[in-house]
Design a protein around this ligand. Sequence first.
Ligand SMILES: *[C@@H]1O[C@H](CO)[C@@H](O)[C@H](O)[C@H]1NC(C)=O
Length: 649
Amino acid sequence: MASTSGLPTYQRYVNGVPIPVGRKSLRMREKYIILLVFVTFGVVCFGAFFFLPDLRDKVNVSEMRRQIVRAGDDIFMPGDEAARKHGDVDVHRLEDKDRFENKVAGEWAQQKALDELKKREGLKDEDALKFQENIMEDKERIMKEKEIKEMEMKKIEDEKKREQIEKDHEGHPSHGGEPSDPDVREKRNKVKEMMTHAWKSYEAYSWGANELRPISKRGHSASIFGSTTLGATIIDAMDTLHIMGMMDEFKKARDWVATSFNFDGPAELSVFETNIRFIGGLLSAYALSGDKMLKDKAADIADKLLPAFKTATGIPHSMVNIKTGSSRNWGWASGGASILSEFGTMHLEFIYLANVTGNPIYAEKVYKIRDFVDKIEKPNGLYPNYLNPRTGKWGQHHVAIGALGDSFYEYLLKAWIQSGKTDHTARRMYDEAVQAIEANLVKTSPGGLTYVAEYKSGRLEHKMDHLGCFCGGMFALGAEGSPDPARYLKLGGEISHTCHEAYDRSDTKLGPEAFRFDGNTEAKSIRQNEKYYILRPEVVETHFYMWRLTKEQKYRDWAWEAVQALEKNCRTDGGYSGIRDVYQVNPQQDDVQQSFFLAETLKYLYLIFSEDDLMPIDKWVFNSEAHAFPVGASFSEKDSLNTNKERKR
Ligand SMILES: *[C@@H]1O[C@H](CO)[C@@H](O)[C@H](O)[C@H]1NC(C)=O
């Protein structure tokens, strides 16, 4: 900067205050001198404060007295003499001072005790020392014994607590439900016997493996479990065992999780399957038993899935490598898109997990997904099955209530229920989605069967997946709180009827993987690769909700037909197997006992033949794998955002 006088103008800064120097008036110079005096004074004061460190926090009469008492006689010794007596400590050095004081205090106390001992017992020096040593040893031994005893007591107490928690659940709401009608009781016992057979077989032939091959009697693992052995059947079955009151089996499963369940291997896993089966299974078992170990395990697994959410939109990838944290999507999914039914089926588990751990991160992740899909435009109000997590754009316009779409809709409704009906965003999104489905996809066949068609590249496909049969229960469950409760309860009943027809029109009385409504075909499969049945639950799931909500006997009858068909076609002496063609009288078996048969199919069947006070549906909400979370144990979006803000601040 050029100065008008030709002299450089510059400024000096004292304590950040600019002090102009140069051709300035006398008044300026006086100000400068006064400031200098103040600054000097400040430095002196600061220095005085700085050089009196000992007094900073010790100027306190009682503390001083304590120190004098501690030091005893030595306080009157000159420093170097004391140092000689007490070893090479320099009492003027700060760190030595404490050491010195402790030593003095300790030795002084010891000497005093020894003197007293000598006087009291009339002992000589050496004997007194020995005597004292013995006392010290005894003391140590007693302390150790006390510690061990305390640990044992704690163990016993923990065990008692666990038993108490289990007792608290006895009868209500997670055991019991014993029907008074002897016929119903017998049917319920039959379902429990099926569970025992499935479980015992798994235990005998494939304990620790993901699933059982019931015919070859060995372990099995599907691709959804990656290359790892994670005891999927154990974790999926735990809450069913608990609900059926099979507590010895539950305890064995629980102990396996505590000691042998290992989620550390290098493996690429499906985020969705890991969430609904493992996190869902552990959290449900935790909710029923109160065993905190199960909750901790669930949180560990969830933490391993979190890297999959690191995308531009927050929509998670399908697959995550739990060792490296890298994640990706399937190549076949509309050019690397994420799948609606996968990223839309995280909500219940992650919200409950946020609730029981108090960690908002899980809630943030799932609210972000929901807000994202809520805001973007939807063709005809329908949600396509594919969404690119990088661009945030929908992929192929393929809409289905069956595979790839199904549980997204289910979780909107159940998020509302889980929140104690306070999550109005979830309810609104559900109502809007269902209205779009009704307007575009719900059809009635010439024979009068109601079904939900699929929408594929601009045209309707008149096909329903076995997976899609769950939606009857969903419509019925969502009736209350909807714009037209009677209509949705009726729609639920109609889907239940259609899916029962799909079972009834086969030779095995079990339904195919997918069935069609084309020309003369009604509720039957025409393609060979759609005729299999793999112990799936969705049809009995819908019967369960219809039974609970209407109490019409036909739903129990249909459930019992399914039990008999399972016994006839799927039971082997080594467990239960899927079948390759439901339209054959003696179908070939596929030699796989799916873990969801224990988690879902048998659970819903058992509940159909139980009283309503067992797992009442206004107290429990079932995830997509039939794992149950308590209604009300939620985590609001507001809380997740507030905590997030606080954390960032
Ligand atoms: C968890 O749910 C319970 C109700 O079951 C509620 O009282 C509690 O506040 C929730 N915790 C959090 C952190 O939101």
